[in-house]
Design a protein around this ligand. Structure first.
Ligand SMILES: [Zn+2]
Ligand SMILES: [Zn+2]
Length: 263
């Protein structure tokens, strides 16, 4: 079994054939899917999807692209929204200095509010960080100092320093189809050296279709392509990577019910 720990099933790309996509994922052995929130204000639409499919769960949060639009949402509001049984994580929140659609100040405020909510609820925070290694590292270190919280750096493309800092702070790292791209040699080297209990896989679909699907619309069933390359990179079998990343997922996303044996 594999888990797609991060996708966006509420995006218009999936509107026409969502049932088929979820069915294909199940057939492909994807036992759980987490559809990730990008706007707190659109949680209702996300919940409608999570409630429709037994193996689909969701998060609640503001993507750094929307940091200005949703500036000032307090941790208390996020905490309240996590009470729904299908809301299993906070985020995605963090810093995106590549696009910088949201101002840096609002991104940092949002990031910190989500961390506070993760700390208070014990739910994991899904962190989006792009071209912001130094500030991300600084904020994580500062916030861990205020008390522990659980988090994963999703769609990791940052440098080795930030990855190792995150590992040292007890956080996890998740890989997308980017890991399968030819140019991602340094990312694969990093993926090979991370501790086995801190790695996860995801699609971030509809974006970033992996391997042979590159250029097409991505979907949760393709997470197996990411897992294959991660297995190859680490010199273990696909079965071993599937077991390991699923175990890691259920440990981190502890509100998602795990099957009796993760096989
Ligand atoms: Zn992201
Ligand atoms: Zn995402």
């Amino acid at each position: 079994m594999l888990v797609d720990s991060h996708c966006h099933l509420d995006f218009p790309d999936f509107a026409e054939d969502l049932d088929a996509i979820v069915a294909r994922a199940e057939t492909a052995g994807i036992g759980r899917i987490v559809t990730i929130s990008t706007r707190v204000k659109r949680l209702a639409a996300l919940l409608a999807i999570a409630e429709r499919f037994p193996n689909v769960y969701c998060s609640v949060g503001t993507h750094p692209h929307q940091a200005d639009e949703e500036d000032g949402i307090p941790a208390s509001e996020l905490i309240e929204l996590t009470k729904h049984p299908k809301v299993v994580a906070l985020g995605e929140a963090g810093l995106d200095y590549f696009y910088q659609h949201g101002s840096r100040e609002a991104q940092e405020r949002g990031f910190r509010a989500h961390i506070a909510a993760a700390r208070a609820t014990g739910l994991p925070l899904v962190i989006h960080t792009r071209e912001a290694d130094e500030d991300c590292s600084r904020i994580l270190e500062d916030e861990i100092g205020k008390g522990p919280f659980k988090a994963v750096l999703h769609c990791y493309t940052g440098g080795r320093d930030l990855a190792m800092k995150a590992i040292s702070l007890g956080l996890s790292i998740s890989f997308t189809g980017i890991l399968t791209f030819k140019k991602s040699e340094s990312l694969r080297l990093l993926a090979a050296e991370l501790p086995p209990d801190r790695i996860m896989v995801e699609t971030d679909s509809p974006y970033l279709a992996p391997g042979k699907f590159r250029g097409k619309r991505n979907e949760p069933s393709y997470v197996v392509e990411v897992a294959k390359v991660l297995a190859e990179t680490r010199g273990v079998s696909l079965e071993e990577i599937s077991r390991q990343t699923s175990e890691n997922f259920f440990r981190l996303f502890s509100k998602v019910p795990a099957p009796k044996a993760v096989a």
